[in-house]
Design a binder for this molecule. Structure first.
Ligand SMILES: Cc1ncc(C[n+]2csc(CCOP(=O)(O)OP(=O)(O)O)c2C)c(N)n1
Length: 277
């Protein structure tokens, strides 16, 4: 590993703090699904991705497709901390004239590789990018994040068939398996069953790890990079709303309203946690 794990945990905590700072002015947002994917952001942008914040369109960069586009605040917080744009822009999330709309838009935000929001589409785009790079004999990776609720979309399963057939071994996908979608538990709406096993059965190299353990995620990415002639799926066992005092353990925490006091309390708790790391 290039970085030590403590630094990556601090980075993850700063991502959570930045999400809250960014949404505090509005008092609402997709907090639940943003918080559950934070350790993935820390692993990818803190350790694993070959990127250059000063040159976001660099042709040979690793790509990141945020298919669950409603969790844009988690990506914006990460990009702000990495210096893709001035940190102060985070205070404009989802406000008029912003470069950081509620759902990700590649024409607005430096570092955003796909405009998303309609669930399922990221799978097709990530495959297109990975296939294009393979045809050009490039070695860069395409990383893709899907939600578990998003996996109810048929488009995901079309891609699940296509990627192994075309041996897209530089496509590394993740599912944020936080067990919930917009209006309840995934198992009550359209049960995915053993989603890791399903991707393995479709011909993917498929792993499952603790999605809040940065080291486990990094190790899984290293394993995925060593696999030849198969795309990789890494299922992240996560908790929706993780690490935020007013969403953790709350049943309906997909899109939440909160007060400035609640945001400040959550930020203080995270600052205290950071001190103890
Ligand atoms: C095609 C499509 N259908 C419905 C929606 C509305 N929608 C937005 S978020 C969401 C739930 C997504 O759940 P999941 O993928 O598990 O995301 P997470 O829990 O990680 O936030 C839904 C149904 C959408 N954005 N796109």
């Amino acid at each position: 590993m290039k970085n030590n794990i403590r630094d990556l945990k601090i980075f993850a905590t700063d991502i959570r703090i930045t999400i809250l700072k960014g949404l505090k002015g509005l008092g609402f947002g997709h907090v639940g699904g943003s918080m559950s994917m934070v350790e993935l952001m820390a692993a990818l942008y803190g350790e694993c991705m070959n990127i250059d914040a000063k040159n976001p369109d660099w042709e040979d960069r690793d790509w990141y497709i945020q298919s669950k586009g409603h969790a844009g605040p988690a990506v914006y917080a990460t990009l702000a901390l990495k210096g893709y744009f001035p940190y102060e822009e985070i205070y404009t999330i989802n406000q008029p004239e912003t470069n950081l709309p509620s759902h990700c838009d590649r024409n607005k935000t430096p570092g955003i590789d796909m405009t998303t929001g309609s669930l399922g589409q990221g799978m097709s785009t990530a495959i297109g990018v990975a296939l294009g790079n393979k045809l050009k004999s490039k070695n860069n990776y395409t990383f893709l994040l899907l939600g578990d609720g998003e996996c109810n979309e048929g488009q995901v399963w079309e891609g699940a068939l296509f990627a192994p057939q075309h041996k897209l071994d530089h496509l590394i996908a993740f599912i944020d398996s936080n067990k919930k979608q917009l209006d309840g538990y995934c198992k009550d709406i359209c049960d995915l069953g053993d989603i890791r096993q399903k991707f393995e059965d479709f011909g993917w190299h498929a792993q499952e790890v603790d999605g809040h353990d940065i080291e486990e995620i990094i190790n899984a990415i290293e394993k995925a990079k060593a696999v030849k002639e198969k795309p990789s799926m890494i299922v992240l066992d996560t908790e929706k709303g993780r690490g935020c005092t007013f969403t953790e353990g709350v049943l309906f925490n997909h899109h939440v309203k909160f007060t400035k006091e609640q945001a400040d309390e959550a930020i203080t708790a995270l600052e205290n946690y950071k001190e103890m790391l």
